[in-house]
Design a protein. Structure first.
Length: 214
């Protein structure tokens, strides 16, 4: 189930609003940020369809440049490792973080090949004050005739810069980050951080596949 939801962030950020080629992203407001990133990324995808059709792996470039600056993959990776960080080698942890980044890029890029214009509706703006460091932005994906999908994206505020980035997604009441932690923790304990990092890197290196292509 979670594989289905894992990459909906990529769909969200390319499907809201009209095209806006050059906008300054407001990273200090999580709600505004998600909407603005959506418009910017959607414009690029529309304008570069020829490149994408000629080379589906180009979607990884788009994801890296348009989406990943707004995803706190480092924080998410460290949360995933959790208690496994204790006693871990710094270089092993950095290898895991880099592999996890690549895994996210490929996951997001792959799901974008399936996007066919689903309507996205943002929920109410979250209440944010100076003390707020974690916020949720609710989104509904209208995927008729299939049931609507209700998600909540969790974003974290950097205390120094005041900027927000996404780090988790709640689907059907379950944290995606927690589910992945449960999935990988056993293997990390048994085989080590580098073993899981190698698996993530293999997944990250997987070419993007377009349905119907040979």
């Amino acid at each position: 189930m979670f594989k289905k939801y894992f990459s909906w962030l990529a769909v969200i950020v390319v499907s809201f609003g009209s095209v806006a080629a050059d906008i300054e992203i407001d990273r200090t407001d999580p709600y505004n940020m998600m909407q603005q990133v959506s418009m910017h990324a959607f414009g690029r995808l529309k304008s570069e369809q020829d490149k994408i059709k000629a080379d589906p792996d180009y979607l990884k470039v788009v994801v890296n440049e348009e989406l990943m600056p707004y995803v706190n993959d480092r924080y998410a990776a460290l949360k995933l490792l959790g208690p496994n960080l204790k006693g871990a080698k710094r270089e092993d942890v950095l290898t895991f973080i880099n592999a996890f980044h690549g895994y996210l890029v490929t996951s997001y890029a792959q799901v974008l090949t399936q996007y066919d214009g689903q309507e996205i509706r943002f929920g109410n703006r979250p209440v944010i004050d100076d003390q707020t460091s974690i916020a949720g932005v609710q989104v509904t994906i209208l995927d008729s005739p299939r049931p609507n999908i209700r998600l909540e994206f969790k974003l974290r505020k950097d205390k120094k810069s005041g900027e927000w980035k996404a780090f988790d997604m709640i689907a059907e009441g379950v944290s995606l980050l927690s589910s992945k932690q449960s999935e990988w923790n056993s293997k990390i304990r048994q085989e080590g951080i580098l073993s899981v990092a190698e698996e993530l890197q293999r997944l990250a290196d997987t070419p993007i596949r377009v349905e119907g292509s040979k």
